[in-house]
Design a protein around this ligand. Structure first.
Ligand SMILES: CC(C)(COP(=O)(O)OP(=O)(O)OC[C@H]1O[C@@H](n2cnc3c(N)ncnc32)[C@H](O)[C@@H]1OP(=O)(O)O)[C@@H](O)C(=O)NCCC(=O)NCCS
Length: 267
């Protein structure tokens, strides 16, 4: 199925994640063998072995995720080539192939693939050392800061992590990088399971949809998708794929987003 030959239903977004801390040397070598010469050179330049490991596994996951997608099945993982859009967002070549986005945090990598809808993914660790108040003051909206200020310390940490991950996923879907005015991409976490987006109104085009997951106990994963109707988002562990992995249940979604495999997806 090509991107144009969808079944007319909601956009399909497949997200694969891979914990990296306990990777064997053999699996790391196998992942490295999928990368281009340029990617292998970049991997050798990291100062810390953990960063090189995560880079190798992230870029191997991109290649494998694209080749596992309905539109990419005829392309072997090492055969993908990549370009970079003006805002810095990488895309797969040749044109017309799936949209994708990659994220890594120490010990976890993730890749989202869609049939063409703009997509962004972000993974963050709960224990990442940042000055949350300073980040919020600079990048969060007034309403987001007011909401955080009403929370106790534990709820504040979780709320901050959730907002940060959602904002990053949105900015990465847009592809604008650090030039995007992050306070304008604002979220409200209404009730126990809902995400409400108060972002800049799209001048035209489809609306934005979001979902939030917890791939491991100390991480969050957010997905942002721009599509005419709420998409179907599936988040699975790449490690377990041979067993037909179960998809993660979301912590939160925006209205109408469907999560998990559909009976007809064939994946
Ligand atoms: C680069 C950026 C897009 C994301 O950075 P990040 O969250 O630190 O890193 P992630 O691991 O999630 O994403 C990095 C990957 O995204 C992709 N990427 C790079 N530029 C991108 C862009 N403009 N748009 C979308 N994806 C991009 C790349 O594949 C990159 O991995 P690679 O360098 O190995 O190829 C950028 O938005 C950034 O640095 N943001 C930080 C902004 C911030 O300080 N926010 C405060 C809290 S809201």
């Amino acid at each position: 199925m090509t991107p144009e030959e969808t079944d007319g239903g909601p956009a399909r977004v497949d997200v694969w994640f891979r914990p990296t801390l306990d990777i064997s040397a053999a699996r790391l070598d196998a992942a490295r063998s999928l990368l281009s010469a340029e990617e292998q050179t970049r991997a050798r330049r990291f100062r810390f072995a953990e960063d090189a490991r995560d880079y190798v596994l992230a870029h191997a996951l991109v290649r494998e995720s694209l080749s596992a997608s309905p539109a990419g099945r005829s392309v072997e993982p090492p055969a993908w080539a990549f370009g970079v859009a003006p805002g810095g967002k990488p895309f797969a070549e040749p044109g017309g192939t799936p949209s994708f986005n990659l994220s890594h945090t120490r010990g976890l990598v993730a890749c989202a693939v869609s049939e063409g809808a703009p997509v962004g993914v972000d993974v963050e660790r709960a224990d990442r050392l940042v000055d949350a108040r300073a980040v919020a003051a600079r990048y969060f909206s007034r309403a987001e800061r007011a909401w955080l200020d009403r929370l106790d310390a534990s709820a504040f940490a979780t709320g901050f992590l959730t907002l940060w991950t959602l904002k990053e996923a949105f900015v990465k879907a847009v592809g604008a990088g650090l030039s995007f005015p992050l306070p304008e991409a604002a979220f409200a976490l209404d009730g126990p399971s809902t995400i409400v987006f108060h972002g800049p109104p799209a001048a035209s085009g489809p609306s934005w949809h979001f979902a939030l997951f917890q791939p491991t106990s100390d991480t969050r994963l957010a997905v942002a998708v721009q599509a005419g109707e709420p998409p179907r988002i599936t988040v699975r562990s790449w490690v377990d794929r041979e067993e037909g992995p179960a998809s993660l249940a979301p912590l939160r979604t925006s209205a109408g987003v469907r999560v998990g495999l559909s009976e007809a997806s064939g994946a």
